[in-house]
Design a protein around this ligand. Structure first.
Ligand SMILES: [Zn+2]
Length: 503
């Protein structure tokens, strides 16, 4: 069946740059053109609107996004008291163990989060409140006990040895995994579907899913693979593991994704070469040199694309050094093909000019989150609070990354920041350092063809050309031109030729 979409303009990000209609045959674009349109079985009139290629969010956690949106007010809570009030309201409407996500104390006037005792006061059912970045949780006594987290490293204790409720690293992963194990398959499907529908409603047609099997178990990915064809957006899964044979058994050409080489700035677990300003040390390193090299080597030789999460400068340096070591171990033929693999670094926030130069030499790709800068990069924000002014100033050097010729795609890391490319595109344009800002055109390209290239899908996605996937969104205002792009929402989203969202 052929469908014709007629609009004021179709921005192709290809040649010719602008058309007036797009003809879709099944899942694919047949033709883009101007003037008299061809006949079709179905005609969708979009008068005055602008069609652009569907956005690709290169870093999403679908289930986590669904969980976040069960209690969405938490991100706006401005004190420990407000968190407790929201959690207590949510607890009253639900049964059994409850995990909620999304508080961010870095924006509070008094930055003391609730304690285990506070949470015990709310419920004797297992209860956990996960920090916005996912790298730290607050848990009540029942949650600590029943999840088995108490026996693991990462449970903070006071001088008397009593847990404070703050949980990081291994204990945090075990805690979250235990809560996930209490969900039925159907619950997981619903959470993923809710998240995918939200993405479609924001003009996204493809997401790169970072499947956190350490925090959610294998079942989370299995459920996703079981229903991904029915979801409103196309899903490109990255399995967060070092187990190369497991990825291959699942038929996945990609591995690692958000696999943490370090943690986050907010949890003070991002691995830094110089200590945090507030005396909390240098953060955490999750891999020794040799085991990371082994993983990179095995993944590369198996023909997989490998990704890892690295935020702090020490972590990014470790990743790049380790790839250099793997590269040098290859013969000349292997070296010739290395760059084409576009091994990924997720976040790559605290990157120096030197490390970017070395990453560019290896053809490594950057998967960035511009909304991190908008949330935490401004003067007085989280990064300045914990890194000091000088280091905070150099965070998220987007223009430097582009100038080095590094492949760059963008994402939300939802639920860490809200899903929605326009928020990210606005953030690219309002970076705390004016020299690192991207133009509107560049920002849109990074969120479409740039992200498509990060998954080796540029022959199918990211621009509107004959034979490519029919992935696009139509807007009342032209995303290339409207002054305030951040709040722009699509009127229609089409993914793989299906109308997946209509306002
Ligand atoms: Zn990450």
């Amino acid at each position: 069946m052929r469908t014709l979409y007629r609009a004021a303009r179709v921005r192709t990000l290809s040649y010719p740059a602008v058309g007036e209609w797009i003809l879709v045959d099944g899942r694919h674009v047949e033709r883009v053109g101007a003037g008299d349109p061809p006949t079709a079985d179905r005609v969708i009139e979009l008068p005055g609107m602008t069609i652009v290629p569907g956005f690709v969010d290169a870093h999403v956690h679908l289930t986590g996004t669904g969980v976040h949106h069960q209690v969405p007010d938490l991100e706006r809570a401005a004190s420990a008291g407000a968190v407790l009030e929201i959690v207590s309201r949510a607890a009253a409407t639900r049964q059994g163990p409850m995990l909620v996500h999304g508080y961010d104390e870095s924006r509070w006037e008094h930055r003391e989060p609730p304690t285990a005792a506070d949470l015990d006061g709310l419920s004797d059912r297992p209860l956990a409140v996960v920090r916005v970045d996912g790298h730290l949780s607050l848990a009540n006594s029942a949650a600590l006990r029943e999840s088995g987290a108490l026996d693991l490293p990462g449970v903070e204790r006071d001088e008397q040895g009593v847990p404070t409720g703050r949980v990081i690293t291994e204990a945090n992963a075990a805690l979250q995994r235990w809560f996930a194990s209490n969900l039925a398959d159907h619950d997981i499907e619903e959470l993923q579907l809710h998240a995918a529908a939200l993405a479609a409603a924001r003009g996204i047609t493809t997401v790169h899913e970072m499947s956190m099997i350490r925090e959610r178990g294998m079942r989370d990915l299995e459920v996703l693979l079981g229903h991904r064809r029915r979801l409103p957006v196309d899903v490109v899964p990255y399995i967060v593991t070092t187990d190369v044979s497991r990825a291959m058994e699942l038929g996945l050409p990609r591995i690692g994704g958000d696999l943490p080489v370090d943690g986050s700035i907010g949890a003070r677990t991002a691995w830094l070469s110089e200590p945090y300003e507030d005396g909390s040390g240098n953060g955490n390193s999750y891999f020794d040199r040799d085991s990371l090299a082994q993983f990179f080597h095995d993944g590369h030789l198996a023909g997989l694309q490998v990704g890892v999460h690295a935020i702090g400068d020490a972590a990014i340096d470790q990743v790049v050094s380790t790839w250099e070591r793997v590269y040098l171990s290859l013969d000349s033929r292997g070296r010739r093909h290395f760059r084409a693999r576009r091994h990924r670094i997720e976040h790559v926030e605290m990157a120096s000019a030197d490390v970017l130069e070395r990453a560019a030499m290896l053809g490594l790709a950057a998967s960035v989150q511009p909304s991190f800068d908008a949330a935490w990069g401004s003067p007085g924000g989280l990064y300045e609070q914990v890194l000091g002014r000088e280091r905070a100033a150099g965070m998220n050097p987007f223009r430097d990354i582009l100038h080095r010729g590094i492949e760059m795609g963008a994402g939300s890391d939802s639920p860490i920041t809200s899903i929605g490319p326009m928020i990210g595109i606005a953030a690219f344009g309002s970076h705390h350092d004016p020299l690192q800002r991207l133009t509107r055109d560049e920002a849109i390209r990074v969120f479409t063809i740039g992200s498509a290239r990060l998954a080796h899908q540029e022959d199918k996605k990211g621009s509107l050309e004959p034979g490519k996937h029919a992935d696009f969104a139509a807007y009342d205002g032209d995303p290339f031109e409207v002054p305030d792009v951040g709040g722009l929402r699509p009127v229609l989203t089409v993914s793989l030729g299906r109308d997946v969202y209509a306002a």
